[in-house]
Write a protein that binds this ligand. Sequence first.
Ligand code: EPU
Length: 427
Amino acid sequence: MDRLRIEGQHILRGEVPLSGSKNAALPILISALLCKGKTVFHRVPNLSDIETTCQLLKILGCHVEWAHSTQTCHVDATHLNSIEAPYDLVRTMRASILVLAPLLARHGEAKVSLPGGCAIGTRPVDYHIQVLEALGATFDLEGGYVHGKIKGAFRPAEYTFPFPSVGATETALMAAATANGKSLFKNVAREPEIRALGNFLISLGAKIKGLGSPEIQVQGIPMANLNTKPAAHTIIPDRIEAATYWLAGLITKGSVTTEIAAEDVQSVLDALHLAGAKISHLGNGKIEVSYTGKINPVSVRTEPFPGFPTDVQAQWMALMTQANGAATIAETIFENRFMHVPELQRLGAHLKIRGNRVDVSGVTPLQGATVMATDLRASASLVIAALAAKGETNIRRIYHLDRGYEDLCGKLRLLGAHIIREPESSQ
Ligand code: EPU
């Protein structure tokens, strides 16, 4: 297992290239199962979650060729030969539940291991099941597996989500894209990754209206007519990666530029502006975030898009340890997403958990220490804090970072960070 060694207090400056979005790539690669043919994906990030997705597609019968050097992934789903997503894969990547809809559309049957809880919460899959039931599927629970069946094709339906779940909205879109008629979904997720999946399904032939709004209409087309010619798709840049590097730059009193659509990260840019950062739109979609001499305390509350993203909550907490005063961070999406708190405290942060809120008092001088990564975004917050800490920080269990940040070390070094990755056993 590898660890990161970071020597803090070096200013980050420059431009960082963004990888393709993990959370857009996962559902879109999985939706290739709907295509009885070949699809090529561009800007596919080199991440362990993508590797897991490719393994899953292969187990289901796809031929997959992923070239890391060109960030290109070819998926040929002409011949599928399995209906089952096994426990060993699903437990490492919860997004595997997304195969339910395309497998039901292709085979009329699907078996997917129940993911179980994870480090950030219980994360049930009931909305996925409910929306597929509304579209005509039936389900049993057998030996830890959800076993779904459907007679013929999905039928069009109207369904209102109890909460705008990203994954369940993706399930609904994939299923309804093959339904014989028009479906209407209300209170859907509005994240840019939903828009990206919708656009890919449109390119396959589905008619989808309302992407990015709380209501989506899907006019499905029969499987036989979906994607009659080879499809191609380019994954959108990773907005969470962009936010992570901006915060990393700001905490070191530096300046970081990335190329990303402002509307995909507006809530983060608004919070950064309130925190005193200078936001410069440089043209060509490039946005520079620079330190201006102070970091103001800014309280945030995570919300579904367009609100402040839960995937930036941990990183924001790290930044607020260096703000000039007290801020409160409220987490409303996941019930247990404060695993980074005790680790940030080991670096000297003054944090107090009160239910789903954390009070952060700044400015706190941080001091390097050995800390443990617990989940993807928690790990990113430790990296950000370590960049501001005096002395050296060792971050262990960094395989969490490999799930969602392509070449984190290389990109941070490009910006001027003193960071190395090495096997845990070396001194
Ligand atoms: N929920 C249910 N039932 C369901 C589905 C969701 O109760 O059937 C609850 C969840 O337990 C959670 C809330 O609804 O409390 C939101 O979950 P959502 O379904 O929106 O999340 P997800 O699809 O499982 C995706 C991202 C997460 C990101 C969330 C929220 C992917 C692969 N994952 O998860 O990304 O935090 O949306 O934006 O797209 C990450 O990248 O670090 C990450 C965790």
